[in-house]
Design a binder for this molecule. Structure first.
Ligand SMILES: O=C(O)CCC(=O)C(=O)O
Ligand SMILES: [Fe+2]
Length: 204
C-alpha cells in the first residue's frame, strides 16, 4: 500500500497536480490481494490462464514468479508482448480508475495470462481501489483535450458499466460462434454427394 501511494504521488506530480491528488480522489483507498495459481496445461494453445482484461481500480502491483505468462497488448489484441519476470521486481499496471482520472494520459494496461505445459505458475496481485462512492472524472483536462467521460460517476457505477459491457461482449462472442458453426454445418450439408458410378460407365 505504501509503495502504491508513493507511485500515485509521482503520477499526481507528473499531471501537474499536488502530490496527494490521486490518493485524495480515492476517498478511502482499499487494497485487495489476489493469489493466482495456474496449473501446467498439456495443451496451452487451447486455453488462457486469465482472459484479456484491464484491472478496474487505480493501480495494481503484481509479483510474479520466474515462470512467466503475463502478456500485454498495445494494439487491441493483435500482438502480445510477454512481460519477462525480473526477480524481486513488481509489475505496475494502471487500472481503469487511474486511466479516467488522468483523462487517458496514463493508459489502463490491457493484459492476459497464458499457461504453459512445463510448469505451474504463481502470481500475487495487489489491487488499490477507490471507495465505491469516490467520484470518477478526470482530475485535469489539458488544453485541446476533451474529457474521456461525459459526466462524473461513482466508482461503483463505473464498475457496474464495465461488468455489463463485459457480459454483452461475451454474449455477442457466443452468438457469433454459434452462427459460424451453423454456417459450417449448412455448407457441409450442401456439398454435392459423390455418387458411385457403375464400373461399366467409367470404362465406357
Ligand atoms: O497472473 C498474472 O500475471 C496476471 C494477473 C492479473 O492480471 C490479475 O489478477 O488481474
Ligand atoms: Fe489483471
Amino acid at each position: 500500500m505504501g509503495l502504491a501511494c508513493k507511485l500515485l504521488e509521482v503520477l499526481s506530480e507528473a499531471m501537474g497536480l499536488e502530490k496527494e491528488a490521486l490518493t485524495k480522489a480515492c476517498v478511502d483507498m482499499d487494497q485487495k490481494v489476489v493469489v493466482n495459481f495456474y496449473p501446467k496445461c498439456p495443451q496451452p494453445d487451447l486455453t488462457l490462464g486469465l482472459k484479456r482484461h484491464t484491472d478496474p481500480g487505480t493501480i495494481t502491483l503484481l509479483l510474479q514468479d520466474q515462470v512467466g505468462g503475463l502478456q500485454a497488448t498495445r494494439d487491441n489484441g493483435n500482438t502480445w508482448i510477454t512481460v519477462q519476470p525480473v526477480e524481486g521486481a513488481f509489475v505496475v499496471n494502471l487500472g481503469d480508475h487511474g486511466h479516467y482520472l488522468s483523462n487517458g494520459r496514463f493508459k489502463n494496461a490491457d493484459h492476459q495470462a497464458v499457461v504453459n505445459s512445463d510448469c505451474s505458475r504463481l502470481s500475487i496481485a495487489t489491487f488499490q481501489n477507490p471507495a465505491p462512492d469516490a467520484t470518477v472524472y478526470p482530475l485535469k483536462i489539458r488544453e485541446g483535450e476533451k474529457p474521456i467521460l461525459e459526466e462524473p460517476i461513482t466508482f461503483a457505477e463505473m464498475y457496474r458499466r464495465k461488468m455489463s459491457k463485459d457480459l454483452e461482449l461475451a454474449r455477442l462472442k457466443k452468438l457469433a460462434k454459434e452462427q459460424q458453426q451453423l454456417k459450417e454445418k449448412e455448407a457441409e450439408n450442401e456439398k454435392p454427394k459423390l455418387e458411385a458410378k457403375p464400373l461399366e460407365e467409367i470404362l465406357a
